[in-house]
Design a protein around this ligand. Structure first.
Ligand code: ZN
Length: 304
């Protein structure tokens, strides 16, 4: 796995990768026009579903449910305006229940040219489903999102990034292009099994939820200031930039869409736009580049 990743993305031998990633000059990446970094703004539009207790039940306390509704009703329109001002396209991962419950929101996202990715039906993690149910949920979510948004998703993010043993094969069986669920690399890579599925790795530090999700049921996790998160994400961005990597940000409209936080996101985008060669791309665009680079490497190695 590591060897394949190295060949595809660094164009280097195995032994050279650690040093190459730690020091200049940075290796070539498959980003267009020699871009220095790929940046994906991802939004998981979970809405009410993450407040249901138990998960998938459709029931929850009103303080949570109404926070969830804030996402599609209030935050998404503000985020679409922000993205339009910056002239960038993002990827929105949407449970199909949310698409059916807030169809106008989902259509407005698609109409603005953003990507819509699959994120389950009722936001129950695959790790909690039987195999047949997991297959059914994946298929239903793709069908519903296609019907409502007008395009069949090509990417999958599991609710809570919590996969079963079968999830990646199910995704590949549905002919999806990429998964964005695993924490096991700094750079995108192509899975060997299932062959050809692209992985766009994630990390908790590039997720808004650990900083902003406050649950009154526990009162045990402090709320982080937007300024602190700006500083943390700048640190992460600078490191990803040095790596010529993929800065894959995961946000949730119901958390990032609150007034001070969306101002921070605006400020953050302006800050990173100052850097040379920043390629803002949807998850699909990044995955296509990675897939094509892997195919070209394979073709170059094939016996003639
Ligand atoms: Zn989610």
């Amino acid at each position: 796995m590591l060897a394949l990743r190295v060949l595809v993305l660094a164009g280097l031998g195995v032994a050279g990768v650690a040093a190459a990633e730690a020091e200049a000059p940075a290796p070539e990446r498959p980003w267009p026009d020699g871009a220095a970094i790929a940046v994906t703004l991802g939004f998981d539009v979970d809405a009410d579903t993450v407040w249901w207790d138990p998960p998938g039940s459709g029931r929850g306390a009103s303080d949570g449910i109404s926070q969830g509704r804030y996402g599609p009703r209030v935050a998404v329109p503000k985020l679409l305006a922000l993205l339009a001002r910056h002239g960038v396209h993002a990827t929105f991962f949407v449970p199909s229940w949310v698409a059916e419950t807030y169809p106008e929101t989902i259509r407005s996202i698609a109409a603005a040219g953003h990507e819509i990715g699959a994120h389950g039906v009722k936001h129950v993690s695959p790790s909690q489903l039987e195999l047949a149910e997991e297959r059914r949920v994946m298929r239903e979510s793709l069908q519903v999102l296609e019907r409502i948004s007008g395009a069949r998703p090509v990417g999958y993010r599991a609710p809570s990034w919590s996969l079963s043993e079968a999830t990646l094969r199910i995704a590949a069986g549905e002919k999806l292009l990429y998964s964005s669920n695993l924490f096991d690399a700094d750079l995108p890579y192509v899975h060997e099994d299932p062959a050809g599925l692209v992985e766009l790795p994630v990390s908790w530090v590039l997720d808004d939820a650990p900083f902003f999700w406050f649950d009154a049921a526990g009162w045990d996790k402090p709320i982080t200031s937007a300024a602190s998160v700006h500083a943390i994400w700048m640190e992460e961005f600078e490191a990803a930039y040095a790596l010529r990597g993929h800065f894959n940000l995961t946000m949730h409209p119901q958390f990032i869409g609150r007034p001070a936080r969306i101002r921070m996101l605006d400020r953050f985008l302006r800050s990173i736009e100052e850097f040379e060669g920043v390629w803002f791309a949807t998850a699909r665009e990044v995955a296509e580049r990675v897939r094509d680079a892997a195919a070209a490497q394979t073709a170059a190695r094939a016996p003639r």
